[in-house]
Design a protein around this ligand. Structure first.
Ligand SMILES: [Cu+2]
Length: 289
C-alpha cells in the first residue's frame, strides 16, 4: 500500500508571473507621478533641509559655551555636525512616512493606505539598486570619516605622531589626575609636586594626563577641550591635549560614581605661560621651563 503525497509543490505556492508587466523605468515614473508620492517627497525634502539650520544652531550654542578650546574638540564638533547632516535624510524619510501614515492616508483614499499600488516599486530593479546604493554610500562615508577623525584625534591627544610629521617641540607638561568620591586632585610632578583641586595650564602647551582613582570608577572629562578618559582604581590611563584658547572651562566626572557624582566637578584655567609661571612660583614650585 503506497501513500500519495498530496502536499502542494513549491511551484504551486508562487504567484503567477504577470505576463504584461511594464518596464521598470515606466513603473518607477508612474509611481513618482502619483499625488501621494509627490506629497511624501515634498515633506521628505523639507524635513531634510530643516535639519541643516538646526545643526548650525546646535553648533553655534556649543561654541557659546567656550568650545572648542582645543583641536580635539574642534574635530569632535565638526564630526557631530557632519554626522547630523548625513543622518538628516534617514531621519526625514522615517518621519515623513510616520507623519503621512498618521495624517495623510485619510485624504488620499478616505480609508486605507493604497496597498495595491505597492508592487510598482517593491520589485523594481532601479528602485532597489538606487536604495541600496544610496544607503551604502552614506554608511561608507560615515565609516571612513570616523576612522580618519579617530586618527586625527589620537594624534592631537599627543598619543602618536605621524612618521611624516615633526614631533611637537613645545615642552610637555605632566599632570597626575586622581579621582575619588567626589573630587578631583591634580599633582604637577615636574613642578615640585604642586597639588591643587583646580587645574591651571599654560596655553599651547601639550599636556599629558596620568589618570587614576582612589576608590571607584570615575571618568575624567574636560568638557570644552574634548578630553574624556576613565579613571580606574589600581591603574593609570593616559591621554593628552593642547589647549588653544584662554579661559576657564569645566571638568566633570562622566561615570556614575555614587551619591554626589553630579557635584564632582571643578575647573581648568587656561592661562598664558607668564601667568602659569607666576602661579607655579606662588604655589611654591620651581619655574616651569
Ligand atoms: Cu565620579
Amino acid at each position: 500500500m503506497s501513500v500519495v503525497d498530496e502536499r502542494p509543490t513549491a511551484e504551486a505556492d508562487e504567484p503567477e508571473e504577470p505576463t504584461n508587466r511594464p518596464e521598470p523605468s515606466y513603473r518607477l515614473r508612474e509611481w513618482l507621478s502619483r499625488p501621494y508620492v509627490r506629497h511624501l517627497l515634498i515633506i521628505f525634502v523639507i524635513l531634510t533641509l530643516a535639519v541643516i539650520p538646526a545643526a548650525w544652531l546646535v553648533l553655534h550654542f556649543m561654541n557659546l559655551s567656550g568650545a572648542p578650546a582645543s583641536d580635539i574638540m574642534y574635530e569632535i564638533e565638526r564630526t557631530m555636525f557632519v554626522f547630523t547632516l548625513v543622518s538628516a535624510p534617514v531621519m526625514a524619510i522615517t518621519a515623513t512616512i510616520l507623519l503621512y501614515s498618521l495624517f495623510g492616508w485619510g485624504r488620499v483614499r478616505g480609508e486605507e493606505p493604497p496597498m495595491q499600488e505597492s508592487p510598482a516599486i517593491r520589485s523594481n530593479p532601479i528602485a532597489i539598486v538606487g536604495w541600496i546604493g544610496a544607503t551604502s554610500l552614506l554608511a561608507a562615508f560615515l565609516v571612513i570619516w570616523g576612522l580618519v577623525e579617530l586618527a586625527r584625534i589620537t594624534e592631537f591627544s599627543n598619543g602618536t605622531t605621524a612618521a611624516n610629521q615633526q614631533p611637537n617641540t613645545a615642552k610637555p607638561l605632566d599632570i597626575n589626575v586622581t579621582g575619588q568620591q567626589w573630587l578631583w586632585t591634580f599633582e604637577y610632578p615636574g613642578q615640585q609636586s604642586i597639588t591643587t583641586d583646580v587645574l591651571v595650564v599654560p596655553i599651547n602647551t601639550p599636556i599629558y594626563f596620568n589618570v587614576t582613582s582612589k576608590d571607584v570608577l570615575h571618568n575624567f572629562w574636560v568638557v570644552e577641550l574634548g578630553v574624556k578618559i576613565d579613571a580606574n582604581p589600581g591603574a593609570i590611563t593616559n591621554t593628552g591635549v593642547t589647549p588653544n584658547k584662554l579661559g576657564n572651562f569645566n571638568i566633570r566626572c562622566a561615570e556614575l560614581c555614587g551619591l554626589h557624582h553630579a557635584y564632582m566637578e571643578t575647573q581648568i584655567k587656561v592661562v598664558t605661560q607668564e601667568q602659569f609661571d607666576a602661579w607655579v612660583r606662588e604655589m611654591g614650585g620651581k619655574k616651569f621651563v
